[in-house]
Design a protein. Sequence first.
Length: 184
Amino acid sequence: MSSTSPSTTSLRVSDLSQSGPTAFNLRPDKAQLQAIAQELGLDGLRKLSFEGDVRPQGKSDWVLQARLGATVIQPCVVTLEPVTTRIEAPVARTFLRDYTETDEPEAEMPEDDTREPLGTSIDPAAIMLEALALNLPEYPRKDGAGIDSVAVTEPGKKPMTDEDARPFAGLADLKARLEDDKDS
């Protein structure tokens, strides 16, 4: 994720070593963790680390490789009770000087979604936030939490059950009745 306006964690491409990796190790403090949790809609964020390096690739491209570690708290999609999840994920980005995007309105997604255009800086903190957002569980569920059957209908009417909703549920019964009619 190239940044046009450098932040405190941005690495200016012109300052990066051409002969070897430039290491980084981000560990947000408590106030930063709270701000990130709020931004991502989390109930809590206990730990967050992003450690890796940026190294040259060829004459003008750069590769970021890192490891994301986080402990997040989200509401269970069934019970709304807090669910704590540990996230450990590798993160890779390739910043290309000659990156080109297609102008076609309905172009397919590229197979390699780790490629990005190279700007004047590379911001590991922005990449960390993006990677965290992409690795969050979409539907966190507390162990043992399940959905019981729900029956809703107008007063005085029989509620429709899951069995009633199955399109072929009555065929076996119909077949059995037709066979009984043949036998009689």
